[in-house]
Design a binder for this molecule. Structure first.
Ligand SMILES: Nc1ncnc2c1ncn2[C@@H]1O[C@H](COP(=O)(O)OP(=O)(O)O)[C@@H](O)[C@H]1O
Ligand SMILES: O=P(O)(O)OC[C@H]1O[C@](O)(CO)[C@@H](O)[C@@H]1O
Ligand SMILES: [Mg+2]
Length: 465
């Protein structure tokens, strides 16, 4: 096996806490134009075209859904749009036939991935855990779910920890590259294989740690080396019971402080997702970013975040031209503005990590964490799911994409510019899978693999000093 894989096959020195979002992903493969036409049905094409331009940020009815799906296919970007959980819309999505169901949500995907990478302990938390959801977690000794019983913290396998919570199902529409459909006089062709997520937003889903568990967060923080937080994109501006986004975002800051209270060295990574509500997008930046150490996001997400910080021109440039130096500039802005340890960006063509020089990890060791992440991503892209470390040979045997060397060259030339003399800019080309089985969760896979690799390297380097 390749040296890189051997280098990372041992994560047994890392324990991690994961929160908040897990759900069932119901995947529907839109393989042929007829599958998309089947969704278009007998919608009036003029209406559909004007709805596409209207760009609804919440899916309230089937027309909103089909219009955003077509818009996403044309954009070439991974997209997630929240739905309004109305009975009509639920029955519309429930009436579709899905190809497979998988665990979803950053916590779900990352838990199962890390459980087969032999981490010492994974404490995975979600405010909702139904029986069906609990059965989708790997049944692995190192993967536990925190609950409270008689005032005590209990850590048991998810399968032994479920409550009578609502089941949250997100619908995932995967489509291949070059899938073409025509509407009146326009033709829409998917630029690349990607996924569209219609994300469920049940009223009683709150992104929080339940009251009875909150008092145990400091203990949990002491048990782990790091944490990945995700799911904030599901926070609504206001709820029927009068609570608001500020309540939950203040709560989240308190959770981070509690996790760090007995373990100040605990590193917290925030994994982004596409946030349609621009007010919530800005609030997540203002509330959460000052309290985390690392962030992971794709290029659309970094463009959107810096747009909400006022860098509209730079944001436009990234969304339109995906120029590497614009992504690096945006990463530096976030690094500086929030005094982060590191920013990890994943795009179709590369994975990049930017941090200040002077840390104890060398560029080589940072590069190896990204190398491993590309192997994880191409394995998952090929197989759909990674079930054993043996599967990683698939990713390892997937070559870098053809732009790889040029991208490394550009990153190198930028990193020696005066403006970046204080920064490490580490870029590894992705190993693009031509016809991926699925793409949902690849970013979660990349970010968690790279972050756990970073933590593992940090622990090894510290133990040598
Ligand atoms: N066909 C493919 N082969 C290999 N990697 C891919 C492929 N398509 C996408 N990726 C990787 O997956 C990432 C998707 O990230 P993201 O949009 O955050 O996914 P998610 O949020 O669903 O986990 C891309 O940035 C890219 O690095
Ligand atoms: O925003 P939500 O509802 O937490 O869903 C997150 C979605 O992103 C993913 O985690 C992929 O990143 C999907 O598995 C999931 O459907
Ligand atoms: Mg992502």
């Amino acid at each position: 096996m390749d040296e890189i894989y051997r280098h990372f096959e041992d994560f047994s020195n890392v324990s991690i806490f994961l929160a908040y979002n897990v759900n069932v992903d119901a995947l529907k493969y839109l393989k042929y134009p007829k599958d998309v036409y089947g969704l278009i049905g007998d919608f009036n094409e003029e209406e559909l075209i004007s709805k596409i331009e209207e760009y609804p940020r919440v899916i309230e009815n089937p027309l909103d859904f089909v219009s955003r799906l077509i818009h996403a296919m044309r954009s070439g970007k991974p997209v997630e749009v929240p739905i309004k959980n109305t009975p009509e819309l639920d029955s519309y999505f429930n009436s579709m036939v899905y190809d497979e169901e998988r665990i979803g949500g950053q916590v779900g995907i990352i838990s199962n991935l890390l459980s087969i990478l032999n981490l010492k302990k994974i404490i995975a938390y979600s405010p909702i855990l139904s029986k069906k959801q609990s059965q989708m977690f790997n049944n692995s000794e190192n993967l536990v779910f925190p609950t409270e019983f008689n005032g005590k913290l209990v850590l048991k396998k998810p399968i032994d920890s479920f409550g009578n919570d609502e089941l949250k199902i997100n619908r995932i529409f995967e489509y291949p590259e070059n899938l073409s459909i025509s509407l009146k006089n326009i033709t829409v062709t998917s630029k690349r294989a990607n996924r569209f997520i219609a994300a469920s937003r049940p009223e009683n889903l709150r992104i929080e740690v339940h009251e009875n568990l909150k008092s145990h967060l400091s203990k949990i923080g002491k048990m782990v080396d790091c944490a990945i937080l995700s799911g904030f994109q599901a926070i609504k501006q206001s709820y029927l019971d009068g609570k608001t986004s500020d309540y939950y975002l203040d709560n989240a800051i308190e959770d981070i402080k509690l996790l760090k209270s007995q373990n100040p060295d605990l590193k917290v990574h925030l994994e982004f997702a596409s946030i349609q509500d621009i007010i919530i997008r800005k609030k997540i930046a203002d509330y959460i970013l000052p309290h985390v150490d690392c962030i992971g996001m794709d290029e659309a997400e970094i463009a959107n975040i810096i747009n909400s910080l006022g860098y509209s021109e730079l944001s436009e440039g990234i969304l339109k031209n995906s120029r590497l130096e614009d992504v690096i500039k945006a990463s530096k802005i976030l690094l500086e503005q929030y005094n982060l340890d590191g920013v990890q960006i994943h795009t179709l063509y590369y994975i990049m990590y930017i941090c200040k020089k002077g840390g104890i990890l060398s560029e080589e060791s940072l590069e190896k964490t990204l190398e491993f992440a590309t192997i994880l991503a191409s394995t998952k892209a090929s197989l759909g799911e990674i079930n054993t470390t043996k599967d990683l040979e698939v990713g390892l045997n997937t070559p870098y994409n053809k732009h790889g060397n040029l991208l490394k060259e550009i990153a190198k030339n930028i990193s020696i510019q005066k403006e970046y003399e204080k920064y490490n800019i580490v870029l590894v080309p992705s190993r693009i899978v031509k016809n991926p089985k699925s793409t949902v969760g690849l970013g979660d896979t990349i970010s968690s693999g790279a972050f756990v690799g970073y933590i593992s390297e940090l622990k090894k380097a510290k133990s040598k000093n």
